[in-house]
Design a protein around this ligand. Sequence first.
Ligand code: NAD
Length: 687
Amino acid sequence: MSSKEYILVTGGAGYIGSHTVIELINNGYDVIIVDNLCNSNYDSVARVEYIVKRPVKFYDVDLRDTSKLSEVFSSHKIKGVIHFAALKAVGESTKIPLEYYDNNVTGTISLLTVMKNHGVKTIVFSSSATVYGDATRFENMIPIPEHCPNDPTNPYGKTKYMIENIIKDIHGSDNSWRAAILRYFNPIGAHPSGLIGEDPLGIPNNLLPFLAQVAIGKREKLFVFGNDYNSHDGTPIRDYIHVVDLAKGHIAALNYLRNLNEKDGLYREWNLGTGKGSTVFDVYNAFCKAVGKKLPFEVAGRRDGDVLDLTANPTRANSELKWKAELSIDEACKDLWKWTTENPSGFRIENYQWKLFNDSEKVDYDSRLHTVRMKDLEVSFANYGALIQCIRYKNKALINCFCGIEKYKSPSNPLFGSTVGRYANRISNGEISLGGQTFKLDKNENNKNTLHGGTNGFHRQMFLGPVVKGHESCITVEFTLLDKDGNGGFPADLVTTVKYTVRSNSIDIEYESFIDENSQVDETAVNLTNHTYWNLGEEKAIDGTYLKTATNEYLEVDSDSLLPTGSIAEYPKDLTKGITLTNDIKLDNCFVVSKNIQSIDTREEPLKQIAELSNPNTKIHLRVKTTEPSFQIYTSDQTNIPPFGSRSGISFEPCRFIDAINSKEFANQVTLKKGSVYGSKTSFEIL
Ligand code: NAD
């Protein structure tokens, strides 16, 4: 067991849990998520990782499975628990109360038992304002204080009430327990990144998720239940709190518990609300403002059980936890609208699926294989190296690939489909000079040069994400990586995103890199490409395939060191006229599209066609386009990883000039300074 101490978050894949995990990590906590995904999707965890740029441990465990839960506690040092996992729909709870009591109460008893057995006695519990029931039954309880008597009116609320009492009794029996009971009012909004939010499964019960569905045309109109209440516009008043504010309340509570005197325990309830009530029409107007138009609504009769005003009194949390809700309903509506428009079906994307991509029995969510299908084209990507694992067109595999991850990790893998970085191709003598300082890199090529970023280049790193978005005609799959300062000897923390766009007959690759704002070092060298080995024929051999390039000029290299001599030469066979590949045409050369570049971000340049490939038997045709100034072509003459041997594939690797960083003339192609952005685009079209 490592000495790292974790906060275990149950239900961390869900709406509030995922936002809280981000805040925990931003506040320096290490997190483990336990979630059985019964009302969520692993993709929310992948997106959390994408946002925080680091992996988060995840266990697909039902809390009621006490022995599996116990294994999680045995394998990690856990210093506290934030307990979100529950079923939460009030209406549903009246229909299937047994499931609610079993899941919420039995699940919590299992969790508390495991915590007790492992000596973990700190818990922050997600309770709800529903425990108060109708607080308007008293004269002076609006805004609602924590001492308002409890009287939940539905099975869901009763599970929360029971759990609060179970935790209170445990604290009563052993007062070294530290328990924060957080009673939420109405959480709304989404993460400002637009990457996570409430996944709208079925018909939403809450006002804003329902309105969001009206706005994107999934529902016809909003029903306003009653406009004859005693409020400024006749609609009922509730306390809406931005989910990010709510998430921050958990950090405040956790810190409060951790800062208690060493021997002190505690059981205490805190309301998490804004203290400011808003009517249904206030929220409706704020959301219409975010959307930019008036949305249809109809005033229906009052709903049974609804009351005028359920606003929180949050002064206890404000003064004791030093926490205060800061975001407005306008901000929540803006964030919700961003989340909704960018993810109209939540985390579910038609034509996209993922599965685990590992050979061992061990379930490893970091290593996943993501498949996108667009008509005749099927493309799979893996987190490992953000690689393109498979491209199938009309059911024919077009690239060399392995079925399991182990072969990708083999030293003889010629980087099939991988992202190559932080610096593709060679760096002479494994050395670069930046800002007057020399950096010694991994010399992984015969102890002389650095090749493809060294021994732990991008092709060997587990990328985070992906964020998958899209619609019928186009799906994007976006991975990210924070490559730490010093990895392979390279200076500066570098953030890179690899974005694939799949359409029915093309795969585009877009790279973007920048130096992280927290990096201590503010200059580095970057050169990114992809190593997909194409084979458009039926056999595991490329000979007989037709190749044509847009240029015949290439960077001349020294035959021993394979480093550029400084000259640009004409390739002996004119590839611009088109040739049929034969065994004697051994290509491993960097062809020149343009002598230099205007900006380190070449995405501003037009995509130029650089090569085409076609096979006379399968009649499949490939066009390669890029914004890059050069591209390496490699006919895989050194490949030897059965069943793939020499000449089993041909790669086109758009990139910057070989060893540009050590050339006065071309160093601008690859020198990245803090504040600037490196970028490029490449497109593979299949016909
Ligand atoms: P959510 O459904 O999005 O998240 C709950 C998560 O718990 C889901 O990911 C689900 O898969 C998981 N889960 C459920 N039962 C589980 C089990 N037995 N084992 C493991 N995982 C399990 O809900 P949310 O809106 O994020 O709510 C989180 C918590 O906050 C819940 O306890 C809820 O009752 C409470 N709460 C929510 C609201 C609200 O309006 N969203 C208001 C007050 C209180």
